[in-house]
Design a binder for this molecule. Structure first.
Ligand code: PLP
Length: 394
């Protein structure tokens, strides 16, 4: 179905990118769990179907769905978020080229840019996206793309896409964005002029913490370039995983509604608690990007962070006392997950560096699931009582 004719994202997650069903067809297309397909003979179609090529029918259906969600021409699924990120970038650069990137990135993306790209002769300049004019100032003659991620982990800062797109347009180069934390429900970067939109589909798109996948959306031509690298590097999305991901996407809109609501309600609830020094959530007026989030996004997202009084020991006591929320890295699943940036995403930094980056050691990151709010606040109340006890005995 032509996604442009579907008004609502609630409809597109279910029907976007599909063809009308014929009599007797399965309402849910089964996964095409085959590595290869009949073809290649003397009288056949010259286009060979092979699952590593990304043209297995289940992979193709997922690509069409992604394109529909993002309101872009084409989409492709890959074996992980990092496969989507690395191949998207590699599809746009060659030796001698240069990238300008926000310095606030997912750890593996940062490592890829710092360590892998230089091995291929590609250099990167880092910008602070909240510093006026920083993108323009970092441009070089061989700058081939601008890269950013928003919202940022775990400060949930939001990058204004408009000046980034303006600078890129001025130079005729693309903007590539990792919008994992937003999900397509809360933000469609393509509508703001971003050229390649990437998600770790392991998170909200899959939504059940049970698969690893990545997706990219963009123009036909740009997605073809990513797909060409998929042939060579090989991180194809297994058809069964593609099918599970497509299944997850069908409930994305209703899940995000609850993720958004639970995170905002939890943020407000934590604000009223004595053991809490500060609550980070773009839906709170105290967040530095609250106005920007309101302007750019349709929802504030399912993530929040809470700074506990008492630093690292308070954060540890909080985690140990949880019974419903689970301490685990990752995010975006139906279950509430809690993690400590000082022990996970930002463990490579010193405590002082972390404070400088807005990530004090008492910070607890929460991926709000879709459970009942009352059960979550009961669990978090217990954890906060443990913080009081730990701080009293310190
Ligand atoms: C998890 C994550 C990734 C990496 O995704 P994988 O599916 O684990 O490869 C990239 N960017 C962001 C923002 C993420 O949260």
């Amino acid at each position: 179905m032509d996604h442009r004719s579907l008004e609502s994202l609630s409809t597109r997650v279910i029907h976007g990118g599909t063809s009308p069903l014929v009599e007797g067809a399965p309402v849910v297309p089964p996964p095409v769990q085959s590595a290869t397909f009949v073809g290649g003979g003397p009288d056949g179609d010259p286009e060979l179907l092979y699952t590593r090529y990304g043209n297995n029918p289940t992979q193709m259906a997922l690509g069409a769905r992604i394109a529909s969600l993002e309101g872009m021409e084409a989409g492709v699924g890959l074996g992980s978020g990092m496969a989507a990120i690395s191949l998207s970038i590699l599809s746009l650069v060659e030796a001698g080229d240069h990238i300008v990137s926000s310095r606030f990135l997912y750890g593996a993306t940062l490592a890829f840019m710092e360590h892998e790209l230089p091995r291929r002769g590609v250099s990167v300049s880092w910008v602070d996206p909240w510093e006026e004019g920083s993108w323009q100032a970092a441009l070089q003659e061989r700058t081939r793309l601008l890269y950013l991620e928003s919202p940022v982990n775990p400060t949930l800062r939001i990058v204004d896409l408009r000046p980034v797109v303006e600078v890129a347009r001025g130079r005729g180069i693309p903007v590539v964005m990792d919008a994992t934390f937003a999900s397509p429900v809360n933000l469609r970067p393509g509508a703001w002029g971003v050229d390649l939109v990437i998600h770790s589909a392991t998170k909200y798109l899959g939504g059940h913490s049970d698969l690893i996948a990545g997706v990219v959306a963009g123009s036909q031509e740009r997605i073809l370039a990513v797909t060409r690298l998929l042939h060579l590097y090989g991180p194809a999305l297994d058809p069964h995983t593609a099918w599970l991901l497509d299944r997850g996407i069908r409930t994305l809109d209703v899940r995000m509604e609850r993720h958004n609501r639970n995170a905002l309600e939890l943020a407000r609830w934590f604000q009223g608690q004595e053991e809490v020094a500060h609550v980070v959530h773009p839906g709170l007026p105290s967040h530095p990007d609250h106005a920007l989030a309101t302007e750019l996004m349709d929802g504030f997202g399912g993530m929040l962070a809470v700074e506990l009084k008492g630093g690292a020991q308070a954060a540890d006591a909080f985690c140990r006392a949880l019974r419903l929320a689970t301490v685990a890295p990752s995010l975006g699943g139906v279950e509430t997950l809690v993690s400590l940036p000082r022990l996970t995403s930002h463990r490579g930094m010193s405590p002082d560096q972390r404070v400088g980056a807005g990530i004090p050691d008492g910070l607890v990151r929460i991926s709000a699931g879709i459970e009942g709010l009352q059960d979550l606040t009961t669990d978090f109340s217990r954890a906060l009582r443990a913080v009081t006890e730990a701080n009293a005995s310190a």
